[in-house]
Design a protein around this ligand. Structure first.
Ligand SMILES: [Zn+2]
Length: 136
Protein backbone atom coordinates (compact mmCIF):
# COMPACT_ATOMS: atom_id res chain seq x y z
CA UNK A 1 0.00 0.00 0.00
CA UNK A 2 2.82 2.44 0.84
CA UNK A 3 4.46 1.75 -2.49
CA UNK A 4 1.22 2.64 -4.28
CA UNK A 5 1.11 6.06 -2.67
CA UNK A 6 4.45 7.12 -4.10
CA UNK A 7 3.26 6.39 -7.62
CA UNK A 8 0.61 9.11 -7.51
CA UNK A 9 1.78 11.90 -9.77
CA UNK A 10 1.30 15.53 -8.95
CA UNK A 11 0.75 16.68 -12.51
CA UNK A 12 -2.57 15.03 -13.23
CA UNK A 13 -3.07 14.45 -16.95
CA UNK A 14 -6.61 14.90 -18.18
CA UNK A 15 -8.22 12.38 -20.49
CA UNK A 16 -9.49 13.58 -23.85
CA UNK A 17 -13.04 13.25 -22.57
CA UNK A 18 -12.28 15.27 -19.46
CA UNK A 19 -10.52 18.01 -21.39
CA UNK A 20 -13.49 18.13 -23.77
CA UNK A 21 -16.02 18.37 -20.93
CA UNK A 22 -14.05 21.17 -19.33
CA UNK A 23 -13.60 22.94 -22.70
CA UNK A 24 -9.84 22.87 -22.52
CA UNK A 25 -7.23 22.97 -25.26
CA UNK A 26 -6.95 19.67 -27.19
CA UNK A 27 -3.19 20.04 -27.57
CA UNK A 28 -2.13 20.53 -23.92
CA UNK A 29 -5.47 19.76 -22.18
CA UNK A 30 -4.67 22.57 -19.74
CA UNK A 31 -5.44 25.93 -21.30
CA UNK A 32 -9.08 26.97 -21.21
CA UNK A 33 -10.85 27.74 -24.48
CA UNK A 34 -13.20 30.31 -22.98
CA UNK A 35 -12.36 33.46 -21.07
CA UNK A 36 -15.28 33.35 -18.65
CA UNK A 37 -17.37 30.64 -16.94
CA UNK A 38 -20.56 29.59 -18.76
CA UNK A 39 -22.86 31.27 -16.25
CA UNK A 40 -21.54 34.68 -17.30
CA UNK A 41 -24.45 34.96 -19.72
CA UNK A 42 -23.15 38.25 -21.09
CA UNK A 43 -19.71 36.90 -21.96
CA UNK A 44 -20.03 33.12 -22.21
CA UNK A 45 -19.08 33.07 -25.89
CA UNK A 46 -15.81 34.99 -25.56
CA UNK A 47 -12.92 32.71 -26.42
CA UNK A 48 -9.19 32.97 -26.22
CA UNK A 49 -7.83 33.21 -29.76
CA UNK A 50 -4.84 31.09 -28.79
CA UNK A 51 -4.42 28.63 -25.96
CA UNK A 52 -3.10 30.57 -22.94
CA UNK A 53 -0.87 27.62 -22.03
CA UNK A 54 0.58 26.21 -25.28
CA UNK A 55 -0.42 28.85 -27.84
CA UNK A 56 -2.53 26.62 -30.11
CA UNK A 57 -4.83 28.64 -32.36
CA UNK A 58 -8.27 27.32 -31.40
CA UNK A 59 -9.94 28.21 -34.67
CA UNK A 60 -7.72 25.74 -36.53
CA UNK A 61 -8.97 26.90 -39.92
CA UNK A 62 -11.13 29.84 -41.03
CA UNK A 63 -14.82 29.15 -40.50
CA UNK A 64 -14.07 26.13 -38.35
CA UNK A 65 -16.76 26.99 -35.80
CA UNK A 66 -19.55 26.70 -38.36
CA UNK A 67 -19.19 22.95 -37.96
CA UNK A 68 -19.82 23.30 -34.24
CA UNK A 69 -23.34 24.48 -35.06
CA UNK A 70 -24.20 20.98 -36.22
CA UNK A 71 -23.01 19.55 -32.90
CA UNK A 72 -25.10 22.17 -31.14
CA UNK A 73 -28.10 21.27 -33.28
CA UNK A 74 -27.64 17.56 -32.56
CA UNK A 75 -27.42 18.27 -28.83
CA UNK A 76 -30.63 20.28 -28.92
CA UNK A 77 -32.49 17.59 -30.85
CA UNK A 78 -31.26 14.91 -28.44
CA UNK A 79 -32.43 17.00 -25.50
CA UNK A 80 -35.85 17.59 -27.06
CA UNK A 81 -36.32 13.89 -27.71
CA UNK A 82 -35.33 12.91 -24.17
CA UNK A 83 -37.50 15.64 -22.70
CA UNK A 84 -40.44 14.87 -24.98
CA UNK A 85 -40.37 11.18 -24.14
CA UNK A 86 -40.02 11.97 -20.41
CA UNK A 87 -43.01 14.34 -20.45
CA UNK A 88 -45.06 11.78 -22.36
CA UNK A 89 -44.46 9.08 -19.77
CA UNK A 90 -44.43 11.20 -16.61
CA UNK A 91 -47.69 13.03 -17.44
CA UNK A 92 -49.23 10.14 -19.35
CA UNK A 93 -49.62 11.69 -22.83
CA UNK A 94 -50.57 15.26 -21.73
CA UNK A 95 -51.78 18.20 -23.88
CA UNK A 96 -49.26 19.91 -26.18
CA UNK A 97 -48.54 22.80 -23.77
CA UNK A 98 -46.93 20.32 -21.40
CA UNK A 99 -44.31 19.80 -24.06
CA UNK A 100 -43.92 23.33 -25.39
CA UNK A 101 -43.40 25.16 -22.11
CA UNK A 102 -40.62 23.04 -20.53
CA UNK A 103 -38.90 22.41 -23.87
CA UNK A 104 -38.81 26.12 -24.71
CA UNK A 105 -37.50 27.08 -21.29
CA UNK A 106 -34.90 24.35 -21.16
CA UNK A 107 -33.60 24.76 -24.68
CA UNK A 108 -33.09 28.47 -24.01
CA UNK A 109 -31.50 27.78 -20.64
CA UNK A 110 -28.87 25.48 -22.11
CA UNK A 111 -27.81 27.89 -24.89
CA UNK A 112 -24.60 29.09 -23.17
CA UNK A 113 -23.63 25.61 -22.08
CA UNK A 114 -24.50 24.06 -25.43
CA UNK A 115 -22.59 26.72 -27.36
CA UNK A 116 -19.43 25.99 -25.43
CA UNK A 117 -19.61 22.22 -25.22
CA UNK A 118 -20.37 22.06 -28.94
CA UNK A 119 -17.23 24.00 -29.80
CA UNK A 120 -15.19 21.90 -27.38
CA UNK A 121 -16.56 18.63 -28.82
CA UNK A 122 -16.06 19.81 -32.38
CA UNK A 123 -12.49 20.97 -31.76
CA UNK A 124 -11.54 17.77 -29.96
CA UNK A 125 -13.15 15.41 -32.46
CA UNK A 126 -12.73 17.24 -35.75
CA UNK A 127 -9.84 19.64 -35.16
CA UNK A 128 -7.30 16.83 -35.62
CA UNK A 129 -5.01 18.38 -33.04
CA UNK A 130 -2.45 16.00 -31.57
CA UNK A 131 -2.18 15.78 -27.79
CA UNK A 132 1.24 17.01 -26.70
CA UNK A 133 1.50 16.55 -22.92
CA UNK A 134 4.89 18.29 -22.67
CA UNK A 135 4.07 21.49 -24.45
CA UNK A 136 6.53 23.76 -22.67
ZN1 LIG B 1 -3.01 24.35 -25.09
Amino acid sequence: MEGEMSKIRLDVKRSKFQAMGEARCPQCREGKMFKYPFWRVDKFSEMHENCPVCGLKFEVEPGFWYGAMFVSYANTVALLVVLGVSVFYIFNDPPIMYYIVPITILSLAIVPFNFRISRAIFLHLFGFVKYKPNHS
